[in-house]
Design a protein around this ligand. Structure first.
Ligand SMILES: NC(=O)c1ccc[n+]([C@@H]2O[C@H](COP(=O)([O-])OP(=O)(O)OC[C@H]3O[C@@H](n4cnc5c(N)ncnc54)[C@H](OP(=O)(O)O)[C@@H]3O)[C@@H](O)[C@H]2O)c1
Length: 364
């Protein structure tokens, strides 16, 4: 009986494979655009997050069929519904650690993008669960269902020697995924900014409520190379269509490096509020982080996030970068004010945006 069951399961799996292989190779049709057929069926994990909405839009815009696994309330995915042509986006609930469900979600896709991640740990999911176990399940399911391409998101400063548990888990995740699915394309973005980010909006948000800004060592020893979210989406688009990116790792960062102090100063200038920084020792800042970690809802500052604020980002000229994907990275000062001016006081929101003053580049 057990042998019979195993045989029937194997037959079912091979049937599914034959069926899905037939579906995967849809002919390209149309001039390109939402109502065309790109020939791609893409499953995007973590689409409900910040970067997800931009990636889904790019995939929809080229006429792909999109499978969107989600774990939240159905209404949290509403904004994604309009990003593809009618009937081209399929929403499916799932659990990240349920590999059978994940196999179901990727079995008809030729491309899978994994954007799952979280800035803080919760009582249900540790960094290890998300960035290593979850990523491994997705990679394993892709391997089992013979998915052609996998694009996995890590982080710019991911390293085993990092003082940040987030960065260590991202590095572990990268290596685990590469071991299971050697052809994976790994993208390692620096701090990503955009309308819904957690970088600009953190400072712009607190600028309304606090008179003085706590910065570790005044932010004068840390450099950042933030990248625009649209550039990250362009990089994903390129990875999805270009087979040469298979098996490679790309470090995605902006074109200019800035001192952390200068960046925060610029953000305050954009929102038209006085910038009064004060130097706070990391140990004291960590107490705020710890208090915020006990908060059951969204955690704006955690001890790990504070550690990540102190990690400098440097250009890696010896590694593949965003230029190798044919994407021209946008300058921070060219676009940041577009999002930040919404945080100005009502009378200030009509002030001209060219009176902000320059944002100085740090030495390379
Ligand atoms: N934003 C940055 O500055 C930055 C920088 C470097 C690297 N990255 C990496 O880039 C990727 C995308 O970043 P992002 O800013 O878009 O992240 P995000 O806004 O935090 O979104 C993360 C996504 O992961 C999903 N997720 C989190 N925990 C989950 C769980 N336990 N089970 C299933 N899904 C879960 C979220 O779903 P829910 O909506 O249901 O919570 C959401 O869709 C992440 O891997 C992130 O670590 C981001």
């Amino acid at each position: 009986m057990a042998a019979l069951l195993t045989v029937s399961r194997c037959c079912r799996r091979s049937q599914i494979r034959r069926f899905s292989t037939a579906l995967r190779g849809l002919e390209r049709a149309g001039p390109g655009g939402r109502s065309s057929v790109s020939g791609l069926t893409v499953t995007i994990f973590g689409a409900t997050g910040f970067v997800g909405r931009y990636v889904v839009n790019r995939m929809g815009r080229m006429g792909s069929q999109i499978v969107l696994p989600f774990r939240c309330d159905e209404h949290d995915t509403r904004h994604l519904r309009v990003m593809g042509d009618l009937g081209q986006i399929y929403f499916r609930p799932y659990h990240l650690l349920d590999i059978d469900r994940i196999r179901d979600l990727v079995k008809y896709s030729n491309v899978v993008v994994n954007l799952v991640g979280r800035d803080y740990e919760t009582s249900n999911f540790s960094y290890y669960d998300l960035h290593v176990l979850g990523a491994a399940r997705i990679a394993q399911a892709c391997k089992d269902m013979e998915v052609e391409r996998l694009v996995h998101f890590s982080a710019y400063n991911a390293s085993y020697s990092s003082p940040s548990p987030f960065m260590v888990s991202k590095k572990q995740g990268e290596d685990t995924v590469r071991e299971i699915f050697p052809d994976v394309t790994i993208l390692k973005p620096s701090d990503i900014y955009g309308l819904e980010d957690r970088f600009l909006m953190y400072y712009a948000g607190i600028s309304k409520y606090i008179k003085i800004v706590p910065l570790i060592k005044m932010g004068k020893h840390v450099h950042k190379i933030p990248i625009f979210v649209s550039d990250v989406a362009s990089a994903v688009e390129k990875c999805v269509v270009d087979r040469d990116t298979m098996g490679r790792t790309y470090y995605l960062c902006g074109p200019e490096k800035y001192l952390y102090y200068d960046l925060v100063d610029y953000i305050f200038r954009c929102v038209n509020r006085p910038f009064r920084p004060f130097s706070i020792p990391q140990s004291i800042f960590n107490i705020f982080g710890l208090m915020n970690e006990l908060w059951p809802f969204y955690r704006y500052v955690t001890r790990d996030k504070i550690t990540r604020m102190t990690l400098s980002e440097d250009f890696h000229t010896d590694k593949l970068g965003i230029k190798d994907l044919g994407v021209e990275a946008t300058k921070f000062s060219d676009v940041a004010v577009r999002f930040l001016r919404h945080y100005r006081k009502f009378e200030g929101s009509v002030d001209p945006i060219d009176e902000i003053g320059p944002l100085h580049k740090a030495k390379a």
